[in-house]
Every structure is written in structure tokens, then in C-alpha cells.
Design a protein. Structure first.
Length: 94
């Protein structure tokens, strides 16, 4: 299987498409970026079940806020990683 590209320009194009409501762009963004974000969440939470929930919440937020992404302020992966970090911040969990 060929390795998927996480070229910053490609990610920006996908983010623009997400902002326009193009669902296949979100699916591709997920395929490209979810492994990295999931690994970050597992590293911080130390539980894969919580990391799965965080990843889902992250991508809902990414989809809902894609129009707010500003390429002049950060790269897409940086922006998405920040969202992931916000969802992994300490909160009561049972």
C-alpha cells in the first residue's frame, strides 16, 4: 500500500474543501492525519479507549470549525494537534 502524503499544501486544500462542506475531503483528512492524532491522544491519556473518543470529538470539531482555520497562523497539522490537545486536557473520567 502506498504511503499517504501529509504535504502541508495538500492538507490546506483538504481543509478548504472541508470548510465548503465537502465530506470526502474530511474522509481523506482523517485517513492522512488520524494515526498521528490518535498516537498523541494515547500518549497523553494512556488509554486507547479514551483516545478513540477524543479522536472522534476532534474530527467533529475539525469539521465544524474548518472555516475558522487560518493558513497564515499555523499549518493544518499544528491546528489539528492543538484541537486534540484541548480534548485531552484533564477532565473527570470514570
Amino acid at each position: 500500500m502506498p504511503r499517504l502524503s501529509t504535504d502541508p499544501a495538500r492538507l490546506e486544500a483538504l481543509m478548504r474543501d472541508c470548510a465548503r462542506g465537502h465530506e470526502p475531503a474530511l474522509a481523506e483528512l482523517y485517513r492522512l492525519c488520524a494515526p498521528h492524532l490518535f498516537a498523541q491522544a494515547v500518549r497523553l491519556l494512556r488509554r486507547s479507549d479514551w483516545a478513540e473518543e477524543v479522536l472522534q470529538d476532534c474530527f467533529v470539531s475539525i469539521w465544524q470549525n474548518a472555516g475558522r482555520y487560518a493558513a497564515e497562523q499555523s499549518q493544518v497539522m499544528t491546528w489539528m494537534t492543538r484541537i486534540c490537545l484541548l480534548y485531552t486536557s484533564p477532565s473527570p473520567r470514570d
